[in-house]
Design a protein around this ligand. Structure first.
Ligand code: NAD
Length: 346
């Protein structure tokens, strides 16, 4: 019987690419999301925290494979919403999957579940969860992973967890928006930290590939020694970049659209310790004024730490290869971003 896919969070950056790739290869695929952004793939509006809606969508679609990549955006929501959606919503999706006899469940987690602010270099899936999650988003991703993994094998449900790192590409409105703002306000010469920290950035098309491979391989592993069900996989481009080389890659592509805008300026390097002090001051000032800080200790930690992962397991068990390079995806991201109206980029 051909698989019937439901991409949960399929209006988002990653979910859209997964749904589109499945649609393009001729699969039966629908999307469940709280917002509709596209109309070329059957869409069901609903909140994953609402059990009745989830059950009705599963039944209506006849879902056999759930790909769950819904989450509030990492920095955007109140702590309660992360617990409600990432933990409560994932629980609902899992229990409904079991109730409806779904065969496969692929969950998008994050490489951040092992990150505590210190350098992580070439680590694989044997690395333990951090005991000090940097924020509630990561805390709830850890809990959601545990829910998904512990459901593996229940009433025939096969589950797998993927941990992408630094997803970017056309459709992204988080990373590029911040970098564009820095570019337009002439702050690209300010560098925090020594830029000796390698960081994984992953083309969204590659992450989508990995999800589809994981779904395909859940019930048909390459060999008994490389199971997929009940497993965790880091997913990256296998090509870590120095943090500020990556941001400069985006900014230099923007130069082509704004010739002469950037003057040649000496790079001002702010050491990490000073960045942390400034972050604390900005957070305090923002708290007093009741607005969002432009820089936080969290963002400083992210831009100064090494974070790159070993993806041998995904290569072996999923047959995963990052086909699209970081440079090519940067081209696509900037091309897409600049094709938007100025008002959408603001
Ligand atoms: P995104 O914000 O673009 O997409 C998430 C989608 O989930 C959105 O369309 C949103 O409307 C939907 N959603 C949120 N709450 C929902 C709810 N209650 N019910 C139904 N739908 C809901 O995010 P993304 O960047 O595509 O990330 C996809 C997944 O990958 C997330 O789980 C995220 O935690 C994970 N991830 C992202 C990154 C990254 O760099 N963007 C890195 C690692 C992991």
């Amino acid at each position: 019987m051909p698989e019937v896919y439901l991409v949960v969070g399929g209006s988002g950056l990653l979910g859209r690419h997964i749904a589109k790739q499945l649609h393009d290869r001729g699969d039966n695929v629908s999307v469940l999301d709280i917002v509709q952004r596209y109309d070329d793939i059957p869409f069901h509006q609903g909140d994953i925290c609402d059990e009745a809606t989830v059950l009705s969508v599963f039944k209506k679609c006849g879902t056999t494979c759930v790909i769950h990549c819904a989450s509030p955006q990492a920095k955007s929501a109140a702590p309660e919403l992360f617990w409600k959606v990432n933990v409560g919503g994932t629980n609902t999706l899992i229990s409904t999957s079991i109730q409806c006899g779904v065969n496969k469940f692929v969950y998008t987690s994050s490489s951040g579940v092992v990150f505590d602010g210190s350098d992580l270099q070439n680590i694989d899936e044997s690395h333990p969860y951090t005991r000090r999650a940097l924020d509630v988003y990561m805390d709830t991703k850890i809990q959601a992973e545990k829910i998904v993994l512990s459901a593996n094998g229940k009433d025939g449900l096969l589950t797998v967890v993927l941990r992408p790192s630094g997803i970017f590409g056309p459709g992204d409105r988080q990373l590029i928006a911040g970098l564009y703002n820095t570019y337009m306000t002439g702050r690209t010469h300010i560098q925090i930290g020594n830029n000796k920290n390698l960081t994984d950035w992953t083309a969204v098309v590659n992450v989508a590939d990995a999800h589809i491979l994981a779904a395909d391989r859940l019930s048909a592993p390459v060999s008994p020694d490389t199971p997929v069900a009940g497993q965790i996989f880091f997913i990256t481009n296998d090509d870590p970049w120095y943090f500020w080389d990556f941001t400069n890659g985006i900014w230099s592509r923007l130069d082509a659209y704004f010739p002469g805008k950037r003057q040649k300026r000496k790079v001002t390097i702010i050491p990490r310790w000073l960045g942390m002090c400034l972050g604390a001051i900005f957070e305090f000032e923002a708290w007093i004024r009741g607005r969002k800080p432009s820089m936080t200790r969290f963002t400083i930690t992210f831009s100064c730490a090494a974070r790159w992962h070993n993806i041998s397991k995904a290569k072996r068990a999923l047959g995963y290869t990052p086909h699209v390079s970081v440079s090519n995806e940067m081209d696509e991201l900037v091309k897409w971003w600049m094709s938007l109206d100025e008002s959408e980029r603001a």
